[in-house]
Design a protein around this ligand. Structure first.
Ligand code: PEP
Length: 246
């Protein structure tokens, strides 16, 4: 049985005061049977770490391709680990579309994060145009194959796949539970081809306008192992309710 993972992606939001009040609220969440995680902006990682409720995981929204050197503005995976991070979000659609991150770069980031000791949440998902032209699974297959291309067989289960249809991110339009379940089911079939056994070991979480009001219907689906939450994770009550629904 895969344990559910519910993760908050704060994106480019937050302040020291926000971190303090969020940590105070998240400490009240009853999530013994669920893995809960927070992805704050890099600079807040130490502050979150110092107040993180027991059992919660902390991660970075991105890591550098590079391990060290003359790469101004970059943050290395090892640096995140040194500040208490244990998870890396890699290949988010905003990184792919706004910062032109390629499949090859995503593959290297997955590898560098795993090498540093972090587990990875690898984001995949199709745009609306790709869905409308029946390319959903072709796009996801390409992103998955690239994302796992530098992962050794013993590390495959350290990668969690986040299915995030681009048309559902930050739009208020959630994939229906049936639409999400269909893609998650197909992702499991792709994982089986990648490595027999991966289909049952790897968690596949859903992201895209998840809210307390729609999450229960998603979580009853057999192949949905949790949620990656953007906008709703900035509201402590809303995010706590999503964690508790898992
Ligand atoms: C995300 O950015 O990963 C996300 C799922 O955002 P939202 O929940 O706001 O759609």
């Amino acid at each position: 049985m895969r344990k559910k993972l519910v993760a908050a992606n704060w994106k480019l939001n937050g302040s020291p005061e926000f971190v303090d009040s969020m940590m105070f609220e998240l400490a009240k969440v009853k999530c013994d049977t669920v893995d809960c995680a927070v992805f704050p902006p890099f600079v807040f990682i130490p502050q979150v770490k110092s107040a993180l409720p027991a059992g919660w995981q902390l991660g970075a929204q991105n890591v550098s391709l590079y391990e060290q050197g003359a790469f101004t503005g970059e943050v290395a995976a090892d640096m995140v680990v040194a500040c208490g991070g244990s998870l890396a979000l890699v290949g988010h659609s905003e990184r792919r579309s706004l910062f032109a991150e390629t499949d090859a770069e995503v593959a290297k980031k997955v590898a560098v994060a795993l090498k540093s000791g972090m587990d990875v949440v690898l984001c995949v998902g199709e745009s609306l145009a790709e869905r409308n032209s029946d390319e959903t699974m072709a796009v996801i297959q390409r992103q998955l194959e690239a994302g796992f291309s530098l992962v050794s067989p013993e590390d495959v289960s350290r990668v969690c796949v986040a299915y995030e249809p681009v048309w559902a991110i930050g739009t208020g339009v959630t994939a229906t539970p049936e639409q999400a379940q269909e893609v998650h089911h197909n992702i499991r079939a792709l994982l089986r081809v990648l490595q027999p056994g991966a289909e049952s070991a790897v968690r596949i979480i859903y992201g895209g306008s998840v809210k307390a009001a729609n999450v229960s219907d998603l979580f009853v689906m057999p192949d949905i192992d949790g949620a990656l939450v953007g906008g709703a994770s900035l509201d402590a009550k809303e995010f706590s309710a999503i964690c508790e629904a898992a």
